[in-house]
Each structure stands twice: as C-alpha cells, then as structure tokens.
Design a protein around this ligand. Structure first.
Ligand SMILES: Nc1ncnc2c1ncn2[C@@H]1O[C@H](COP(=O)(O)OP(=O)(O)OP(=O)(O)O)[C@@H](O)[C@H]1O
Ligand SMILES: [Mg+2]
Length: 259
C-alpha cells in the first residue's frame, strides 16, 4: 500500500454517456482521495452519479477523462485482464439486490470468490467460517438464500465481499432493499468490520438516516462533488458493536435475486 497517495485517488475524472444525439455528464471533474481504513459514504439524489463513481473505482468501467489509482496503480493504463485481476484481488462488492446464487448455500456463496482465485479447500473452509462468523451467520451456513431474511441475505453478501480479504469493499445502495431496522444494522455491521478488521468501505446511499455513523460523507450533485464532510465526532467515538438480530427481526423487502 502506498501510504503517501492513499488507497484510492480519483483525479479530475469525468464520465460521459452518449444519449440520443447528445451525451450525459454522469461525472464531471471529480477529485477524491480515500486513505486505507476509511469508512466513507457517497450520498446524493438519484441520478447524481453515485453508481457511476463506484463502478469506476471498482474497475468495472473506465473514465472518459481523468484517472483513478487504486493502491498506487493507475487503472487507466491497465488492459482488461490485469484490471480484472486487480478487481478480484483488491475489491469486494455488495450489491443492492444481494446477487446471491440461489442454488448455493450461504457458505457456498461466500466460498465462490475463493474458488475463482484457486484457493485450496482447507483454507477456503477456514476463511468461509471466519467470514460468516464475522457477520453473525455461522448458524445459517447451510441455508440457501430463499430461507434467509433480506437482512441475512445482505449479511451473507457482506461475508462474500470480505472473504478474500480485499483492500476495499464497495457497496452500491446496499440497504435499498432493506427496511429501516435491517438497513441500520447493516451499516453498523459494515462500520464494525471497518473498525475491527481495518477494511476500507465505500457505500452509496440516498438515505440521510444511514449517515449517522459515517465519519466521512461525500455528496454528489449532477455529477459533481458538492461537499466532503468529515464528522469529527465519529472516528474516535465507539459505536455499539454489531448485535446479531433476533430471529424475530423483521425481514427486509426481498427483491428478485440475480447474478
Ligand atoms: N450506461 C449509461 N448510459 C447512459 N446514461 C447513463 C448510464 N449510466 C448512468 N447514466 C446516467 O448518468 C447519470 C448518473 O447515473 P448514476 O446511475 O450514476 O446515478 P445514481 O446517483 O447512482 O442514481 P440512483 O440513486 O438512482 O442509483 C444519470 O443521469 C444516468 O441516467
Ligand atoms: Mg445508483
């Protein structure tokens, strides 16, 4: 990790999408620097560019202009194969619709990124058990997603995102399909993992209620960064440790699962 430059450097990044005979400026000259170990929210109304920014940082898309460095590596210089390798090694994703594989158990879903990386069976078993334990779901390891609540599904997705020990976890509206209780619990869980394991988290939301425990909030409006707020109270403040919800906790609104 290159300490001087930070984990993520977004430098003068713009992303344009063609639209009819014109184009949309989804991001317009965005600059952002994120250090290892930060817990950061990208906030802003619908269409402000949150997903576009996360896709660029996650090496899923490339900027129209500007450049993004991940751990000192300029991703604009990478061709497809090294970009995929960097993404698999360094980044974990949590999606709005969970994206679990329906015929796999919770443990098999969490194991999947390790299989892709060719990690051996014994290490896979240990890491999957650790990841499920860290999200409070050891007892659900053999359940398939259809037997889990929305909140539990998203916690499995978080376990899958951290199991390969990425430098960075990106979560695009991870709470959008959860009710308020499950949404708050998920953000608290991510913050707990951030503090306990030192994992860097970037998540997007347009729900202001979820920003309470977020030490840094970057706001986007029409593709531009309009504020970058550091909450001086939060970083040192102990948040209550993540509590495993009771069996009766309300289920989130469950959306269709897709890969
Ligand atoms: N592939 C694409 N082709 C054309 N326009 C796009 C594409 N992706 C995003 N856009 C446009 O770019 C702008 C930013 O979109 P983006 O999805 O990043 O917003 P967002 O902040 O994530 O919104 P939401 O909160 O609704 O998810 C929008 O105007 C959107 O219509
Ligand atoms: Mg979005």
């Amino acid at each position: 990790m290159n300490e001087s430059s930070g984990l993520i450097q977004v430098e003068a990044v713009s992303r344009r999408f063609p639209l009819d005979h014109s184009y949309v400026n989804a991001l317009d000259n965005v600059n952002l620097r994120v250090a290892a170990g930060e817990f950061l929210a990208i906030a802003g109304p619908s269409g402000s560019g949150k997903s576009t920014l996360l896709n660029l940082i996650g090496c899923i898309d490339k900027p129209t202009s500007g450049r993004i460095l991940i751990d000192g590596v300029d991703t604009s210089t990478l061709t497809s194969a090294p970009m995929t390798a960097l993404r698999r090694r360094k980044i974990g994703f949590v999606f709005q619709t969970f994206n679990l594989i329906p015929v796999f158990t919770a443990a098999e879903n969490v194991e999947f990124p390790l299989l892709v990386q060719g990690i051996g069976a014994r290490e896979r078993r240990e890491r999957v058990a650790d990841a499920l334990e860290s999200v409070g779901l050891s007892a659900r390891a053999r359940h398939r997603p259809d037997l889990l609540s929305g909140g539990e599904r998203q916690r499995v997705a978080v376990a899958r995102a951290i199991v390969h020990r990425p430098a960075l976890v990106l979560a695009d509206e991870p709470t959008a399909n959860l009710d308020t209780l499950n949404a708050t619990q998920l953000i608290d869980l991510m913050r707990d993992l951030n503090q306990r394991l030192g994992l860097t988290f970037l998540f997007s939301t347009h729900d202001a209620r979820l920003l309470e425990h977020t030490p840094r909030i970057v706001r986007l409006t029409d593709g531009r960064v309009t504020s970058d707020t550091h909450n001086a109270e939060t970083p040192g403040a102990a948040i209550p440790p993540f509590q495993i919800p009771s069996e009766g906790a309300s289920h989130g609104q469950i959306s269709a699962l897709s890969l």
